[in-house]
Design a protein around this ligand. Sequence first.
Ligand SMILES: *Cc1c(COP(=O)(O)O)cnc(C)c1O
Length: 342
Amino acid sequence: MNQPIDFRSDTITRPTKAMLEAMFSAEVGDDVFNEDPTVQKLEKKAAAIFGKEAGLFCPSGTMTNQIAIKLHTQPGDEVICDKLSHIYHYEGGGIAFNSAASVRLLDGVNGVFTRDQFIASINPDDIHHPISRLLVLENTCNKGGGTVWPDEMMKDVCDAASEAGIKRHLDGARVFNALTYTGSKPEQLGKNFDTISICLSKGLGAPVGSVLIGSSNDMKRAKRIRKLFGGAMRQSGYLAAAGIYALDNHVERLNHDHQNAQLLAQTLKETSWACDIIEPQTNILIFSLKDRSKGKDFLSILKNHGILAVSFGPYTFRLVTHLDISDQQIEQACKILKTIVI
Ligand SMILES: *Cc1c(COP(=O)(O)O)cnc(C)c1O
């Protein structure tokens, strides 16, 4: 059989030849001594895109999120986020472990909640309650099926936070997918947040890395926390060069991944076995099986047909389109999905 068609995640991509060449020719130094020009270039570039002053290159998006949470909270404070949040589900309990903060989960729709829901979750100034200190949005929302926050709703929620003296962080692991969908300006989005975490290793196709961006003061403090978390790196310019290449060359093509996700969704709708398909706005497609009892076998059925996916619950699954999925593979995958009988 051919290579399996791998829809498990947009993190599985390998650097392209041109990206590798950019990495090989990077000018580097010891970044812990502030001597890596390529890391500095990436940090400035990422910050400038969103109208922020400074950036901090980190090994992962988990680390950029966790640094931001640490930066904005004190032990005992409360973080407000949606119930589907990556920071809550997929960061190993880091909010409790790293920041000793509590979490208030909001009951949004695919990761998107309203200003009123948010305001209702802010604790009164009363010694019984933890202090509501930080709001975290996720855009796009992974567990919500790559859902995009509408600009107005995002602004409404973030303005409410600002009025209440609550800090605002964006988990923007896939923020370029969101911007591709809305067509909005990144500087406009940037105004809503104190800090933003951007992943280079998702849809953008870099092998490693995320950047946290924000004010110079915040990034100075964040750098201290990065050191504390063990995330200060040395000649990381080789990795930063991949990030710079990705920002220059892999943002415009994201729309193609989105179109591919729609082709897959269309195909799933035509099958007899898929249900609760979350209409993909970006590159993530989440669906469930009508026959829930088949949930435990479904991944191996797919695998036997040459398609890889991940489960997002006992009978719910996720397919992600990305740079290493060719048009031919999409065509092939759609054909295969139509032949599967469950
Ligand atoms: C992938 C992801 C992250 C960061 O994950 P790492 O694997 O640590 O880079 C953060 N938030 C969301 C929504 C993600 O999808």
